[in-house]
Design a protein around this ligand. Structure first.
Ligand code: GCW
Length: 658
């Protein structure tokens, strides 16, 4: 693969062989049905099969893809069955047919083996969305893609829309194949050039929409709350101002005139320096409803982010707790948002850490439509230099019974994640990080899916179905990799301890005396944040039963979250039977060692087939960095806590970095 070629990810040509070598009948009309027909036709051109439209002649088809026109039908579901030697996908919508086709691709040869009874599939989340933190103009600090670890943007380059959008086309195929149906094309931090996407640069957004549309993907846009001033020339952005309201209505009207199926706006307001309604003494309901009213006539939605906190905190002030902020700001507003507002809540109360409890906001706003936001881009999970397969974490979060119902059920507004792709030939920097993007889409469709099975599914698609040894190795390397990463980084849920700014690598006190509100409070006696009602910030009180009590007590709090909720002495006995300090040493030795084992496993993988020399070399290079960095984490964390506590390792290993 040369630098200009692009890796096939989970759609290599061979994945199409079972379909492409058979006879397929496609029944239905419309642009998405055309996409289905084209995909099958391309596969047949390569593998000698045949695609027909209308009534078959010359023998029964092996595969029937049929959408029965039902204008009242909605949704992306389909039925799949194999009977009497014919596999049939039936859907009430063209989108359903597209997802059904990709299901057949995933099944591979098994789709054409023994008969199987009819099964109906439909997604748990109606909107399965990826947010791109891509800047149009290169940002002086954050670059072309904020928190991007895979090169430049697929959409933008140096202030302009890319001329060649063929990568976007390939991306759309990949996204449809894992179930994604919405994409936000610019960063939630909206700078000057990006603000204009809403007005005089709308044609750029429309051009992207044209490429994504054939794969059932709608375009969304991040907008600045101050847009009426930034690009509208108004003196204010006050949500109750009639001129402001009119401006947004007209702006939305222009968007829909250019992009009839536009999805809606994403807004980061009053957060980390972005403008918002607080500037006018208004609430976030006032702010969100302003945009919702403008989009409502066209059926658009506002994804309003709940990531609002004081980022100018004084570390001396122990009463302010960043974890409390989203709940304190938003829960009093429950019931006040328009129906087309979706409150987009990060899964945890802080910021995409490898381990956090769930955000209590998800369970606390029954009269509001809530979407849960995950981070596929690995800002805090190794930045696509470390192997860190995140589906086990996401699966745990989505299944968690937060208020009698699982988080997936509570997230009626859908699932959103920050994308991890760029213009890198492997899409994601680390080739194995592709699995995270794939698994996010599949979990958004089916949050009950088993993350280990999704991993195998991804491996079989990406590397071909016929190499059990490779599958075993990759499974071993990846399935437990999130827990490995957790072991060698910040202990027991306390979070951060990362290098300030770029958030890569260890800096135990990097944020300890800063304004960002992410502290661990380690001293010579103990470590952790007291968030109890009894003696701390009271954050535990934001949870429904039983969690408010489970987290409140040091004896019932799960070990992995202990230091998120409690400040305890180093000698505190964990539920596991180990002390906190010994747990820190043990997990850091184990984690760094497990990272080192990855190298041996990968070295045993031969180059050949879909494991190209380039891919092999890229993974090898990344593993080298992971091993180095994991060792650095181990030594800094162990040395730090040894120096603070003076407690030696029970097994006599060197914990001072020597
Ligand atoms: O995790 C933090 C990141 C910021 C990001 C912010 C957010 C887009 O460090 O880079 O800004 O979250 O989610 O808005």
């Amino acid at each position: 693969m040369s630098e200009t070629e692009v890796h096939h990810a989970w759609l290599p040509p061979v994945a199409w062989q079972p379909i492409g070598s058979r006879r397929t009948l496609v029944v239905g009309t419309g642009p998405l049905v055309d996409t289905v027909r084209n995909e099958v036709a391309q596969a047949c051109a390569r593998y000698g099969g045949e695609v027909r439209t209308g009534q078959p002649g010359g023998g029964a088809p092996d595969l029937v893809l049929r959408t029965d026109p039902d204008p009242a039908a909605d949704g992306d579901g389909y039925e799949l069955v194999r009977a009497a030697g014919t596999t049939t996908v039936r859907s009430a919508t063209p989108a359903g047919l597209l997802y059904g086709l990709f299901h057949v691709v995933r099944l591979g040869a098994a789709a054409f083996g023994a008969d199987f009874p009819a099964r109906t599939e439909s997604p748990a989340a109606r909107r399965r969305m990826l947010d791109h933190w891509d800047n149009v103009a290169v940002h002086p600090v954050m670059g072309q893609v904020e928190r991007g670890y895979a090169g430049g943007s697929l959409f933008w380059r140096d202030g302009a829309l890319r001329e060649d959008l063929s990568r976007v086309h390939a991306y759309a195929r990949l996204l449809a194949a894992c179930g994604i149906n919405a994409v936000t094309v610019n960063n939630v931090n909206v700078h000057a050039a990006e603000a204009r996407l809403l007005t005089d640069r709308l044609a750029d957004v429309a051009a992207i929409a044209t490429v994504l549309r054939p794969y059932g993907i709608r375009v969304h846009l991040s907008v600045s709350f101050a847009a009426p001033m930034l690009v509208g020339g108004l003196p204010t952005a006050d949500p109750v101002d009639e001129g402001v309201r009119r401006w947004w209505r007209e702006a939305a009207g222009r968007v829909y005139a250019a992009i009839a199926d536009f999805g809606g706006f994403v807004v980061k307001a009053d957060s980390e320096g972005q403008p918002g309604p607080f500037g006018y003494g208004r609430s976030h309901a006032d702010g969100a409803n302003l945009l919702a009213a403008a989009l409502e006539p066209f059926g658009g939605v506002v994804h309003w982010r709940a990531f609002v906190y004081n980022h100018h905190q004084d570390w001396r002030d122990r009463a302010t707790d960043r974890a409390r902020a989203a709940y304190d700001h938003f829960v009093p507003l429950d019931g006040r948002f328009h129906a087309n507002v979706v409150l987009q809540v990060k899964y945890g109360p802080i910021d995409f850490q490898p381990r956090e409890p769930l955000s209590p906001v998800i369970a606390a706003m029954p009269a509001t439509s809530v979407a849960v936001e995950l981070q596929v881009t690995q800002e805090y999970t190794g930045q696509q230099r470390h192997v860190c397969y995140l589906a086990p974490q996401w699966s745990e979060l989505l299944r968690f019974p937060l208020a009698g119902r699982s988080v997936a059920e509570l997230a009626g507004g859908g699932l959103v994640a920050v994308s991890n792709v760029g213009d890198d030939p492997f899409w994601t920097g680390h080739p194995l990080a592709q699995a995270n993007l794939y698994a996010f889409g599949r979990l958004a469709w089916d949050p009950g899916a088993d993350p280990g099975e999704l991993l195998d599914e991804w491996i079989s698609l990406t590397f071909g179905p016929d190499d059990p040894a490779l599958r075993r190795t990759l499974h071993l390397m990846m399935d437990g990799s999130w827990r490995t990463y957790e072991r060698y980084t910040a202990p027991l849920g306390v979070g951060f301890m990362v290098h300030p700014g770029d958030h890569y690598g260890p800096a135990v006190d990097g944020y300890e005396y800063s304004r960002w509100g992410t502290y661990h409070f380690a001293d010579r006696d103990g470590v952790g944040v007291d968030r109890t009602r009894a003696s701390g910030t009271g954050f535990t009180g934001q949870y429904p039963a039983p969690w408010s009590d489970v987290y409140e007590s040091v004896w019932s709090c799960p070990d992995e979250l202990l230091l998120f909720f409690h400040h305890v002495p180093y000698g505190h006995l964990l539920r596991s039977g180990s002390t906190v300090i010994q747990h820190i040493y043990d997990t850091h030795f184990a984690g760094a060692e497990q990272a080192a084992e990855l190298v041996a496993w990968w070295r045993a993988v031969p180059v050949g087939g879909l494991v190209t020399a380039e891919l092999h070399a890229r993974v090898t290079e990344r593993l080298g960095e992971q091993v180095r960095c994991a060792r650095e984490w181990r030594d800094q964390i162990n040395a730090y806590f040894w120096r603070k506590s003076g407690v030696p390792d029970a097994h006599g290993r060197p914990v001072d970095g020597s």
